[in-house]
Design a protein around this ligand. Structure first.
Ligand code: DQA
Length: 146
């Protein structure tokens, strides 16, 4: 089985960007952690883009190429009906990850379009949230017998 790990805008700067909020670990560290969490049970393919349409194209690709999606949509979480619609066209489990505890932050970060689709939402666990999401995705994929 394959898990798509999708990261949205500004997450390429992870480790450099507001480390007091997002920590010092990088997106490479996220991928290492996610792959370790998947172990031999699933392949993790990771993509990052600052562009909404690119993220949507990868979600469409996931329809044939992935069994589950773990996504941190960055600020598109709070704005993108188009990403929600794309995820609604995907049949497998979807997990939404936020490194920071968005509910403790500005009010505009409290609403997520993606949460209308996500089977689980993790916020405030730092990059460990990705590992938790991957472990849960692996458990669900296994349960489906994929
Ligand atoms: C984020 C939270 C979002 O509100 C923000 O726009 C991000 C990162 C997080 O991982 O905590 O870019 O998704």
């Amino acid at each position: 089985p394959t898990i798509y790990l999708l990261n949205g805008p500004n997450l390429n700067l992870l480790g450099q960007r507001q480390p007091e909020v997002y920590g010092h670990e990088t997106l490479d560290d996220v991928l290492t952690l996610a792959r370790a969490a998947a172990g031999d049970a699933a392949r993790v393919e990771a993509f990052q883009s600052n562009h909404e349409g690119q993220l949507i194209d990868w979600i469409h690709e996931a329809r044939r190429a992935a069994d589950a999606i773990v996504i941190n949509p960055g600020a598109y979480t709070h704005t993108s009906i188009a990403i929600l619609d794309a995820l609604n066209a995907f049949e497998g489990p979807v997990f939404e990850v936020h490194i920071s505890q968005v509910h403790k932050r500005e009010a505009f970060r409290h609403h997520s379009y993606v949460s209308l689709r996500a089977d689980g939402v993790i916020a405030g666990l730092g990059i460990e949230g990705y590992a938790a999401a991957v472990r849960r995705a692996v458990a669900l994929i296994g349960a489906r017998g994929a």
